[in-house]
Design a protein around this ligand. Structure first.
Ligand code: ADP
Ligand code: ZN
Ligand code: ZN
Length: 738
C-alpha cells in the first residue's frame, strides 16, 4: 500500500475529515489501522498528530501533491488511541465500516452553552419542609409533593436528576425556589468528604458482601482484578458491593464505569450514588442531548468526575485511568446493540478492561447462561449472595396456575380464580398489584387455545412465526407452511395468533375490578421515555391500585407497596422463536417475582401458564437458578446451541433482492465447501425474520462450530472474497454473535 488515510482530530468527533498521506519507506509494513502518526498539516506544514484509518494504492489527487507521514508515534496509549483500537476491533469482529465503529465509540462533538452542573440545595429545616408539605397535600399538588419529599430525604439533589428522574417541571421548581425551601448551587461537594477520597458507606456490609468486596480489593491491589460474576438474588445487596468496589478503585486514583439498563436507572438508584459519591459521579441517559452527553464525556476526559453510570453507551466514556467496569443486570437484552455494529456490551467491556488493565464485575439475580458457563469454567470468579440484605425482607411466595384447567372448568376469563381472589384481597388491603404480559416485538407465533402448544419447526425445535403473507416461517432454517386450520398437536380448531394485548387486559380488568384505579403502561400508551417515567411515578405515588403492562413494568423498579405480581400468560415469551426464549422467560419471571414485596409487607407472585410442567416455569416458581441452568444446558448441548457451540450469523442486505439472494447462496456454498462439515456447520441461507425493512432485503447464514477461531477464520475468508466480487457495492455484509 502506498497511501494511508489519516484522521486528524478524532477528539473533536470530526470523523468525516480524512486526509491521504504517503507512507514513507521507513514505515512500510509498520502501520496498522489505528496507528498514531505525526503529519505535516495545512499551509504551514505544522506537525500534528493523526490516526491511520485505512490504506489504499490509488489516489484521486495529484500524487505529487500528497504529503508524507513524518513518523509513527510510539509510547503509551492515549484514550483516543484506545477507543480507536476498540473501533478497529469492532470493525473486524462485526463487519461494519471503521467509520460506523468510530461513530459508536467516539463522542460526537456538539456545541452547547456550557452550563455548570447545578444542585438544588435545601434551605429550610426538615420540620419546615413538613409544614410546607402538608399545605401541598391539602391542595393535592403532586409534583410539589414529590420534590419536597425528595428534599426531606436529601439535602442536595442534582438539577438534572430533578428534571429527568423526578419529572419535575420548570414551574414547580420555580415555585419551590420562591417559597424559600431550596436554592440552586453550582457545585456540590460529596456530602461526606471528611477523609479525602474515602467515602463512608451508609450501610455496613454483611459477611457475604464484605467477603466479595474484600477479595476484589485484594485482587485489584495486586494488579489482577480479573472478571467476576456476582450471582445474587434481587435485593441481596449487589449494588452496595459495587459501590464498595468503586469507592476503592476511586480512592486509588482510578475511574469506574457502571452500566445499568436504562429502565432501572431510577431516581432512587441515581440518588444512591450521589449520596455516596457526590459530584464525583455522573450519569448519562438517552434523554440527554448530544451536547450534554459530550459535555459529560469531556468532564470524564479531564478527570473532573471519577465514575460514569448509565446504559450501554456509558462504556465509551473516555476515562484515562479506567480501573473498573461494572455491569449490573448483566443478563439484560438491552446490553446488545440493536443497530450496526451489533455489539454486546459484555464483549466490548471485556476488551476494554483487558486493554486498560481494569477489572470487570458482572452482576445479576439471573445470570445469562453464557456468563454463568464462563464462571463455572473458571474464566470468571463466581460469587453468591443468597439472601435479601434488608432485615425482614423475604423472597416472595410464588404459585403457578394451570390455565388449561381453568378453561376446562369453565373459566374463560384471563384471570384465574386464584388471581382474582388475590387481587380482591390486595384491593381491600390498599396494597398494589402489577399484572404483566411478557410479550415483545410484533412478530407473533400461533398457538392452540385448547392445548396451549405453538406450531413448531420440525427441524429446529423453535416455534414458527406468523408472517403477514399468511405463512408460518422458521427463523432459523427458513422452513415454512401455510397457517394450519387445525392444531397439529391435538386437532382443535381453536388455533389463533396470540394477540392478547395489554389494552384488552385493561378493559377486562376494569370490568372485573370496577372499584380499582388502573394504569396501563406499554409502547402504545406512552409517548417515549417521559411517558414511562410519569406513569411509574404516578404508580409509585399510589395514584393507582393496579398497573398493567408489558414486561417493562417489572424491570428494575422498587415499589414498596406492591405485594402481588402476576404473569398473565407466562408462555407468551417461551415461544418467541429463538433458542434464548426459554432463558429470557425464566429470567423475566424470576425478576418479576423479585418485584413483589420489596418493602416490609410479604410479597406474592402468581404465574398463569398453559405449561406448568415446563422447566423454566417450575424453576422460576422455586426461584431455583441452578435447576434452570442445568435443564437449559442439557437442552443447549442436545441442540448444539451456544454456549455449547459457538454461533454467528452473517446478514447480507441489499436493495436488490436477487443480488442479496445470489450473494448469500454463493457465500453459503463456498463456506460449506471450504470447511469440513463436522468442524464448521453452515446453515442457510434463509430470509431474515423480517425479510424486508425499508425496502432493503435481508438474508441470513448461520455458522456453528465448537471453536470460535473457525468461525473467525470463515468470516475473514468471506471478507476477502467479498472484496473481489462485483456485488460488493450493492450488498452489505454484517456479523452478529449469539
Ligand atoms: P441488589 O442490587 O442486589 O438488588 P441492593 O444493593 O439494592 O440489592 O440492596 C437491597 C436493599 O437492601 C437496599 O435497600 C439496600 O440499601 C439494602 N442493603 C443492602 N446491603 C445491606 C446491608 N448490608 N445492611 C442493610 N441493608 C442493606
Ligand atoms: Zn427450522
Ligand atoms: Zn392443540
Amino acid at each position: 500500500m502506498i497511501y494511508a488515510d489519516v484522521i486528524v482530530d478524532i477528539a473533536q468527533g470530526n470523523l468525516d475529515r480524512v486526509f491521504q498521506y504517503r507512507i514513507p519507506a521507513s514505515l512500510e509494513g509498520k502501520l496498522e489501522e489505528g496507528s498514531p502518526v505525526m503529519i505535516p498539516f495545512g499551509k504551514g506544514n505544522r506537525l500534528i498528530k493523526g490516526y491511520v484509518t485505512g490504506f489504499s494504492d490509488t489516489t484521486d489527487y495529484n500524487p505529487e501533491a500528497i504529503k508524507e507521514i513524518r513518523s509513527l508515534v510510539v509510547g503509551g496509549m492515549s484514550i483516543e488511541q484506545r477507543l480507536l483500537s476498540l473501533a478497529v476491533w469492532m470493525k473486524k469482529k462485526y463487519g461494519c465500516t471503521l467509520i460506523q465503529a468510530m461513530k459508536t465509540v467516539m463522542p460526537v462533538k456538539k456545541k452547547i452553552r456550557t452550563r455548570k452542573d447545578r444542585f438544588l440545595v435545601r434551605t429550610m429545616t426538615v420540620e419546615e419542609l413538613h409544614g410546607l408539605l402538608s399545605v401541598c397535600r391539602k391542595k393535592n399538588q403532586k409534583a410539589r409533593i414529590r420534590l419536597l419529599e425528595a428534599l426531606v430525604q436529601d439535602e442536595a439533589i442534582p438539577y438534572d436528576v430533578i428534571l429527568n428522574k423526578l419529572n419535575i417541571g420548570k414551574s414547580t421548581l420555580d415555585s419551590i425556589l420562591e417559597s424559600g425551601a431550596a436554592r440552586l448551587e453550582e457545585k456540590r461537594k460529596r456530602p461526606d468528604n471528611r477523609n479525602q477520597g474515602e467515602t463512608a458507606p451508609f450501610v455496613s456490609l454483611n459477611g457475604q458482601q464484605r467477603q466479595i468486596a474484600e477479595e476484589f480489593i485484594r485482587n485489584f491491589d495486586s494488579g489482577n482484578p480479573g472478571i467476576s460474576l456476582i450471582h445474587g438474588v434481587t435485593g441481596s445487596g449487589k449494588t452496595e458491593v459495587y459501590m464498595e468496589m468503586i469507592a476503592h478503585v476511586v480512592s486509588q486514583g482510578k475511574q469506574a464505569i457502571m452500566l445499568i439498563p436504562e429502565i432501572s436507572l431510577t431516581y432512587q438508584t441515581v440518588m444512591r450514588f450521589y449520596r455516596r459519591f457526590g459530584d464525583q459521579a455522573a450519569f448519562i441517559h438517552s434523554r440527554l442531548s448530544q451536547g450534554e452527553r459530550y459535555e459529560r464525556f469531556e468532564q470524564a476526559r479531564n478527570g473532573e468526575i471519577s465514575m460514569m453510570i448509565g446504559p450501554r453507551s456509558a462504556l465509551f466514556t473516555p476515562f484515562e485511568r479506567l480501573g473498573l467496569i461494572v455491569i449490573d443486570e448483566e443478563h439484560e437484552g438491552a446490553y446488545k446493540s440493536e443497530t450496526v455494529p451489533r455489539y454486546h456490551s459484555i464483549d466490548v467491556a471485556r476488551r476494554l478492561a483487558k486493554d486498560a488493565g481494569a477489572g470487570l464485575v458482572l452482576g445479576s439475580a439471573t445470570p445469562s447462561v453464557d456468563s454463568y458457563t464462563h464462571a463455572l469454567k473458571g474464566e470468571y470468579r463466581l460469587y453468591r449472595l443468597s439472601q435479601r440484605a434488608q432485615k425482614g425482607s423475604a423472597l416472595p411466595r410464588v404459585s403457578v396456575v394451570d390455565l388449561r384447567k381453568e378453561l376446562e372448568q369453565g373459566n374463560r376469563s384471563i384471570f384465574s380464580r386464584e388471581l382474582y381472589q388475590a387481587v380482591c384481597d390486595r384491593l381491600e388491603k390498599k396494597e398494589q398489584v402489577m399484572l404483566f404480559l411478557n410479550r415483545r416485538g410484533y412478530a407473533s407465533f400461533v398457538s392452540c387455545r385448547s392445548c396451549g402448544r405453538p406450531v413448531n419447526c420440525p427441524h429446529c425445535d423453535v416455534s414458527l412465526k406468523a408472517h403477514r403473507d399468511g405463512r408460518l416461517v422458521c427463523h432459523y432454517c427458513g422452513y415454512s407452511i401455510p397457517i394450519p386450520k387445525l392444531c397439529p398437536s391435538c386437532g382443535s380448531p381453536y388455533i389463533a395468533g396470540f394477540g392478547t394485548g395489554t389494552q384488552k387486559v385493561e378493559t377486562m380488568a376494569a370490568q372485573v375490578f370496577p372499584q380499582a384505579r388502573i394504569l396501563r403502561m406499554d409502547q402504545d400508551t406512552t409517548s417515549g421515555k417521559e411517558g414511562h417515567q410519569k406513569i411509574l411515578a404516578a404508580f409509585m405515588a399510589g395514584e393507582a391500585d393496579i398497573l398493567i403492562g408489558t414486561q417493562m413494568i417489572v424491570k428494575g423498579h422498587d415499589f414498596p407497596n406492591v405485594t402481588l405480581v402476576a404473569a398473565l400468560a407466562a408462555d407468551l415469551s417461551l415461544y418467541a422463536g429463538d433458542f434464548k426464549s426459554t432463558e429470557r422467560t425464566f429470567q423475566l419471571l424470576t425478576q418479576a417475582a423479585g418485584r413483589a414485596g420489596r418493602g416490609e409487607k410479604a410479597g406474592q407472585m402468581i404465574i398463569q401458564t398453559y405449561t406448568p410442567e415446563h422447566y423454566s416455569i417450575r424453576a422460576a416458581a422455586r426461584q431455583d437458578y441452578q435447576m434452570f441452568y442445568e435443564e437449559e444446558m442439557t437442552y443447549r448441548r442436545m441442540m448444539e446451541y451456544p454456549p455449547c457451540r459457538e454461533m454467528a450469523v452473517m446478514t447480507l442486505s441489499s436493495k436488490d433482492e436477487r443480488k442479496a439472494a445470489a450473494a448469500a447462496k454463493e457465500i453459503a456454498g463456498r463456506l460449506s465447501g471450504s470447511a469440513a462439515p463436522e468442524t464448521l456447520q453452515v446453515i442457510g441461507p434463509a430470509d431474515a425474520a423480517i425479510p424486508r425493512i425499508n425496502d432493503i432485503y435481508y438474508k441470513m447464514i448461520y455458522m456453528k462450530s465448537a471453536d470460535i477461531r473457525l468461525i473467525f477464520s470463515a468470516i475473514r475468508q468471506v471478507r476477502r472474497f467479498y472484496e473481489w466480487t462485483d456485488w460488493k457495492k450493492s450488498v452489505m455484509i454484517q456479523f452478529d454473535y449469539m
